[in-house]
Design a protein around this ligand. Sequence first.
Ligand code: FA5
Length: 331
Amino acid sequence: MDVQGLENEAESAIAGASSLAELDDARVRYLGRKSALKQALREVRDAESGRVLNTLREQLEQAVAEREAALSGADLERRLSEEQVDVTLPGQAIPRGHLHLVTQVRRQVEDVFLGLGYRVVDGREVETTHYNFDALNLPTTHPARSHLQSLFLNDDVVLRTETSPSQIHVMEEGDPPVYMISIGRVYRRETPDATHSPVFHQVEGLAVDRGITMADLKGTLLHLMRALFGPEREMRFRTHYFPFTEPSLEPDVSCFLCSGQGCAVCRWSGWIELGGSGMVDPNVLEFVGYDPEEWTGFAFGIGLERIAMLRHGLPEIGPLWQNDLRLLRQF
Ligand code: FA5
């Protein structure tokens, strides 16, 4: 056996191994069970050859160990430099959602009335015709009772067309005085357009106490408008008709964009209509067993989408219901 040749070949293979895997290949090839060296060691017959071969084996084992130590160090160095983390780099921001614009308006309205000592009550989206129409003094001929205007589940059950039925539930469930608001979805069989949606939100307010007058209604709505649209807002009331209030009024707020000078948002009138309101009709008080001689009250109903659109100059109601993130992300 050419011991010198084997030694040269093995040492250069070990020294030339550039990775731990290559070094392992060389170790198997020159020191493994089937290697020429191990084969020769098994067949050795004299002491001298045994000594020479064992010396070579020890020498190669030593060379493998040294190369392994060097390669592991280099490997560690490489990994340390490749995998290093720059802790000074800014982190990757995880996108965060936020409340929908209508929810923001809802919470703001709730805050205003909680601050005035009102209760916030839940209403029912599915109502009987008794609560949605009869108890609100709607005559049998009123167009809202028609299947063309409202969404009926059967002859006696309807998706509420306004939040006003919640007034009746609250008054039936307890004695006056009452100070409450109720916010939720209402449904109308309506063709969608820029300012009308078949589903929208209303806030209903009701105050019943001794000696409540229209001045209380006006002052309360003025307070709400100023909280929503800024401290300079002025209000005016136009007479109107609602079956459950007498007298009935539609509150207008001075345009928040032009402050009454006239612009496209207020259609050059300087005023913007917000909802309906009035003094609770004595018939409605009697329906729920309140004595109209002793108690008076006011009520109002305002569209939340309307508030959001007016406050932010949105030309259309549709995107508020379409979850259009390009719009919603702006608020
Ligand atoms: C009512 O619904 C009455 N219940 C309000 C009321 C309550 C009067 C208590 C007196 C006492 P009206 O139908 O006008 O009134 O609706 C009130 C507001 O809801 C409107 O001014 C508008 O802001 C909003 N609104 C009405 N219809 C739609 C619609 N299709 N889409 C979006 N908002 C609407």
